[in-house]
Design a binder for this molecule. Structure first.
Ligand code: MRU
Length: 369
């Protein structure tokens, strides 16, 4: 497994800087929560599940470095931290999922204090910090298991020989575990299925050309990088058996929000009768979101489009529209693979929310339907 994120006993979050891949494998030691927010916003750490995990550890760092024994001040500081992380990348549902879990743990800890203890002392702060660290570790470990289950479920859709087109990066670099869509691909390859992967380069930040290609190389899986706009023509020519992508947020009706370009792929799939599959853990499903229409789509800085790897390609003041994600309406989604099963239309995630609830003590094994 690629080493991409680790929280150390010295209270540092070590991350692999994904903006420098594939040519430079550099690790950064983050000691301050502000550095974690910066790493998330600048995509040094990225991919919906990994963003949630990084944010959970960022919260631990923010509490660890808090220098006061006053409980009220700690509460103010904590909720301020949560708020700042919420705005770091507003589309990935997993970020909010992780922050909500960290908040629930914090609230439990505070509630366990006697009402008169406004100056609880360092011991209590250490207790809170340990509880938060435990929760961050759990979110990380559970994601490893979720990815494995997605891979097992998804492999049912992968035939013995298949040409799969994918978009952005959904592998080990994007998650705690082996990834979502790409986890299915690597697992199918390990099952001796003959997989060929068409990799959309994924403008503007080239997660496909840089990161997915890097991972496929490491796993010895055959691939070709394509400019994004070629996908439709390949489908017309019968060269793509399925499109398989991840998601940043999924609404209850099956609308999928994922890296910009996903909608065009789905439209092309419908036109050319190619299945359009989405793989994501339950932590990506927004059970409060009826349809994807009201989801917040992150808009990114114009220079990401005006430049390629910092080399200017347009007039410096060129007007740019740069949404990071787009919405694939549920009617274009052939199936959604989660850790629970393969879901087919019509989608109604609200009615099965209970199967995705955070695990009871004992891990994800504890889930029942
Ligand atoms: O902007 P990014 O690189 O964080 O976007 C990542 C994606 O769009 C992935 O497809 C998505 O997060 C699913 S990752 C398992």
């Amino acid at each position: 497994m690629i080493k991409k994120l680790e929280y150390t006993d010295d209270h540092e979050l070590i991350i692999l800087d994904q903006t420098l891949l594939p040519h430079n494998e550099k690790f950064l030691k983050l000691k301050d929560y502000k550095d974690v927010i910066q790493a998330i916003s600048s995509l040094r750490v990225r991919g919906a599940p990994l963003i949630g995990i990084a944010a959970a550890y960022g919260i631990v760092l923010g509490v660890h470095n808090f220098k006061s024994d006053n409980l009220k001040n700690l509460e103010i500081h904590f909720y301020n931290l949560i708020q700042r992380f919420r705005t770091s990348r507003p589309t990935a549902r997993n970020l909010f999922y992780a922050l909500d879990r960290m908040t629930a743990v914090f609230m439990n800890q505070i509630a366990s204090q006697s009402p008169s203890a406004s100056q609880p002392g360092r011991d209590f702060l250490v207790e809170i910090e340990n509880a938060l660290l435990d929760e961050a570790d759990k979110i990380f470990e559970e994601d490893i298991e979720l990815c494995n289950r997605i891979a097992v479920n998804g492999s049912e859709l992968i035939t013995d020989e298949m040409n799969i087109l994918t978009h952005c990066n959904t592998g080990e670099l994007a998650a705690g575990g082996i990834g979502t869509a790409q986890g299915i691909i690597t697992t199918a390859a390990k099952q001796a299925k003959r997989i060929f992967v068409y990799v959309d380069e994924t403008r503007p930040l080239l997660q496909g050309a840089r990161l997915t290609a890097y991972e496929l190389e490491k796993n010895g899986i055959e691939y070709q990088i394509l400019v994004d706009s070629l996908a439709g023509a390949l489908m017309r020519d019968g060269m793509v058996d399925a499109v398989l992508i991840g998601a940043d947020r999924i609404a209850c009706n099956g609308d999928v929000i994922n890296k910009v370009g996903s909608y065009s792929l789905a439209v092309n799939c419908a036109r050319h009768n190619v299945p359009f599959y989405v793989a994501a853990p339950g932590t990506t499903i927004d059970f409060q979101l009826e349809t994807g229409r009201s989801a917040v789509i992150e808009e990114r800085p114009p220079d990401e489009v005006r430049t390629i790897r910092n080399v200017p390609i347009s007039p410096r003041s060129a007007n740019v529209f740069n949404p990071a994600f787009d919405l694939v309406p549920h009617e274009l989604v052939s199936a959604i693979i989660t850790e629970f099963k393969i879901h087919y239309p019509p989608y109604d995630f609200k009615s099965i929310e209970h199967v995705f609830l955070p695990p009871l003590p004992g891990g994800v094994e504890g889930r029942t339907v």
